[in-house]
Design a protein around this ligand. Sequence first.
Ligand SMILES: Cc1cc2nc3c(=O)[nH]c(=O)nc-3n(C[C@H](O)[C@H](O)[C@H](O)COP(=O)(O)OP(=O)(O)OC[C@H]3O[C@@H](n4cnc5c(N)ncnc54)[C@H](O)[C@@H]3O)c2cc1C
Ligand SMILES: NC(=O)c1ccc[n+]([C@@H]2O[C@H](COP(=O)([O-])OP(=O)(O)OC[C@H]3O[C@@H](n4cnc5c(N)ncnc54)[C@H](OP(=O)(O)O)[C@@H]3O)[C@@H](O)[C@H]2O)c1
Length: 436
Amino acid sequence: MSLRVAIIGSGPAGVYTAEALVKQAPGTVEVDVLERLPTPYGLVRYGVAPDHTSIKSIAGYLRRVLELPGVRFLGGVEFGRDVTVEDLRACYDAVIYCTGAMVDRRMGIPGEDLPGSVAATDFVNWYCGHPDMPADRFVLDSPEVAVIGVGNVAVDVVRVLAKTAEELRATDVPEEVLTRLAESQVKAIHMIGRRGPEHAKFTLKELRELGELVNADVCVRPDEAPISGDPAALSRQIRGNVEVIQAWAARTPAGRPRRLDVRFWMRPVEILGDGRVEALRLERTRLEDGRVVGTGEFETIPVGMVLRSVGYRSVPLPGVPFSEATMTVPNEAGRVREREYVAGWLKRGPTGVIGTNKSDAAETVRTLLADLDGLDPVRRADLDAVLAERGISPVTYRQWLSIEAAEADLARTLGRGERVKLPGLAAMLGALNRPE
Ligand SMILES: Cc1cc2nc3c(=O)[nH]c(=O)nc-3n(C[C@H](O)[C@H](O)[C@H](O)COP(=O)(O)OP(=O)(O)OC[C@H]3O[C@@H](n4cnc5c(N)ncnc54)[C@H](O)[C@@H]3O)c2cc1C
Ligand SMILES: NC(=O)c1ccc[n+]([C@@H]2O[C@H](COP(=O)([O-])OP(=O)(O)OC[C@H]3O[C@@H](n4cnc5c(N)ncnc54)[C@H](OP(=O)(O)O)[C@@H]3O)[C@@H](O)[C@H]2O)c1
């Protein structure tokens, strides 16, 4: 009798886990991938920047996994709302949680809740057309915007703000988002790092791309570019970042329509405004025993929007152990407790690129197969029957392909690229049963 496994979440971690199960236990495993959205691929679809089409094409690889014999996609089924731990333990021999890190981290400074102070998670969801985020959520009516953080998500956000709508026209951003980007009043973007160029988290390829923007001048203050210590002691990646930043510090702006100021050694201390964001107060920093401390030297920039891109965090799943300290599910090589496992960002925190989830998933599956080797199947119930009893009809893989086809139709109608995201959940559900 084959092993039946439920995977919760169809992002890279969930799909790589399905692949690892099929590869490591060929012909003896059936996998159901449960996903709260009607669409698979998690952040590959709703995180990776729309203009990074080559990275988005990883979806083509993930697609082939969902098409493997023995693997089923069940969209529109939310763990904690539609099914519980107890349901799944009754229906499967093992459950693997792969729900990622869906919410933003906060900065903990005064003014953070003012209108105009926004989590990058929300902004990313907006331009990626996530069904949780209405397309009319943002109006880019401020000439100056601050983006806090110098990681790769901040780089994505900055690039989307800096590019023209025309440059994004061939991407899959929803049409209303494209219209709002076309109406953007943004002239200056301030990207704020609380430490030095050698501490920034962005990767070299992503950083270099900012320097190639045709619509924006990238500026770095000469006094913020130097690093302390010997550059030769830095890793190749970080040395590369530092060289790019120092070259920008030596550039003369070419008078492009937008300007990107990349700042270092500045931390946000307060968001100011009467009823909405009007300015951001920054304090110059330095390191003391490896910790960032303020120097008492302040600067205020007149921004109408503050986008915090200071990292993501996971949320606890009902009935599943969770560590508030690490914001992950405590595990040993992927094992949470008997017959329950975890993979991806929920397992190790919101770091690493898409490919990191592949080896991570393989580790979890090795643990699971070793644990379950020789154990009798425990399942007594059938998830399809449980869902039917609750009036829930999961979105099938074939129905998801209908959504994809409707996106391609929309792109053709609008004269845009390969696909355009449908506006909202209702439009997606409306496309489920379109004739082939
Ligand atoms: C904005 C952004 C851009 C990125 N760009 C890149 C990039 O260009 N290149 C790169 O290599 N890496 C990139 N990354 C990193 C990469 O996306 C992650 O490493 C990867 O997506 C993590 O995979 P995951 O499966 O753990 O989480 P996710 O991709 O978040 O997948 C989690 C899935 O679980 C589902 N889910 C959540 N809760 C439930 C529930 N209760 N029930 C059922 N389903 C649920 C979600 O809907 C989602 O589909 C980016 C990350 C972000 C945040
Ligand atoms: N193209 C790509 O490959 C791509 C694209 C997007 C995302 N990703 C990956 O996805 C993961 C998440 O990316 P991310 O950008 O969200 O996170 P990240 O890489 O951890 O960067 C977070 C940034 O926020 C700063 N920060 C944190 N708290 C702060 C605070 N209170 N005030 C000011 N700054 C603060 C951090 O500075 P400190 O270092 O000082 O803490 C850091 O610069 C990363 O592994 C990233 O590489 C990859």
